[in-house]
Write a protein that binds this ligand. Sequence first.
Ligand code: M6R
Length: 601
Amino acid sequence: MKEGAASPVIHDSLKRLEYRGYDSVGIATLHNGELQLKKDQGKIDDVHKLLNLDDLKGNIGIGHTRWATHGAPLKINAHPHLDCTGKIAVIHNGIIENFSELKLELENNGHTFVSKTDTEIIAHLIEDNITKNPKYCLADAVNETVKRLEGSYAIAVISTLEPTKIVCARNESPLVLGVNQNGYYLASDIPAFLPITNRAIIINDGEIIIISSEGYEIRKINDYSIVSREPKTIDWTPEMAVKKGYPHFMIKEINEQPSTLRNTLRMQDHYLDLISTFLDRAKDVFLVACGTSYHACFAASYMFSKLAFLPTYPVYASEFVEQHGKSVNIDSTILAVSQSGETADTLSSVTCAQQRAATILGLTNVIGSTLTRVSRVYIGQQSGPEIGVAATKTFTSELSVLAQLALRLSKKRGKVSQDEMDFLSEKLEKIPDIVETIICNQAKKVKQIAKKYKNAKVFFFLGRGISAATAYEGRLKLMEIAYVPSIAFPAGESKHGPISLIEPGFPVVFICPKDGSHKTLISNIMEMKARGASIISIIEEDDEIIKKLSDDFVEVPKGIPEILSPIPFVVPLQLLAYYMALEKGLNPDTPRNLAKCVTVK
Ligand code: M6R
């Protein structure tokens, strides 16, 4: 900033980003060539009450509010992180995949680490680059450092070595620059600076930006060539900006899935290995969860069985104690899945199992949640905060992590050939792009389907095999968001009772991947069609047979392996629920009677 202290401006901006995560906060500034730093765990207001974040001196600084990915939400893990000399301060969003290797290398070179984060290695790598190359300026050192990082990052660096500069770089994590006559404001999201300026430049992947009182300079990381880009005017209201221009969080989060799914492919091998080792040794494996997370567990029971030949019991957490409380024992393993990590039913199942000496494993989106504290080993699914009450991006991320676990276990048990493993791993890598294609190409069509069926009194969702889980999830989304009574069954069960409801025009959604049950599913479609049902099918794009049988269809790219199919096939169903809610004039983000996190039993 040209005038005034930076820390109150950074503090206000962090408050505007607090909806993205808030387990700790920190600010560092430069004043008279010295680094000033305050940070602690807790929400911004609580930390401010304790430390007064506004009285750091200096007109240049960086600040961060954290959503834990590596390391618990503790003060030592709060950003900014420093190098060994305390001269370089770094904040970071994203996940550094190769951080364990880099940390080991740096430790062997004499660096000492104080946190459990991946971020801290960045500060030490910059220090290392400067020590080894005395001619390097700060920007050179940052540029060389980011070339060694694998994964996603948006970083901001300040240093007493060049106390008038901030250097930032980006790969796959958002970074935007706000500009006005009084200064430059780099942030991960536009709402951070929108009340100060609506002139902004988006920094692209593979770019580094250097800011000083003289101006800003954007360069390409790979060849250091200059990029010229002028600021654009942002005409969003602050409310629109928080939702990135989308009208609701739910649709924003549906659209985030390609990127959240990419994040799930950056899991640390170590944790996947540990969890699959526990699963391998267990006598009984219970997959315990509620709501959408239960549907992920239900799908996972097919994955574990088909890939690793491991039978598992998916159990509603609210029923676990009654159903299995007496039989669970020291040989049992509980894999508890919970986006929030705080769902009361899930936690009480865990307590019951723990009291009976079972092993507790966790999969959650919230590092530092109770589930992470009570689990022997846990995996953070890295979806980022989910604000919409309906779970969308966290469901597909849970599925992706569970599929990876099933693949690990399969490898451990030698159950699937190397060729098949390679094929499935390649397909898993492509899932984010496939989901992107579905959202781009099919959203309009789903919107029309919602319009057509907006007055339907009830919906059926049917699928066979693993697609039964997709059907259950489609039903839950439509019920909770659009208040449309819905019924879901494995398609084969429909003729054992539910079919009596069918009368002309009754909408039945079929989930139709081209898997082993495709032929039988066609018979189930015929049964419904013969009774006058309106068939809405989610099909692979070359599925001409089902296309002909359907009144309406939504297409997903072809060639998706059965065990991965719930990830892309659920996306049109999320969109259907969303557009149905809009057709009915409902706010999909805040459905009645529901809470994002259910902390009562
Ligand atoms: O945080 P959790 O994954 O434990 O939450 C479980 C359910 O409460 C949750 O999935 C709920 O069913 C959502 N409203 C579904 O959209």
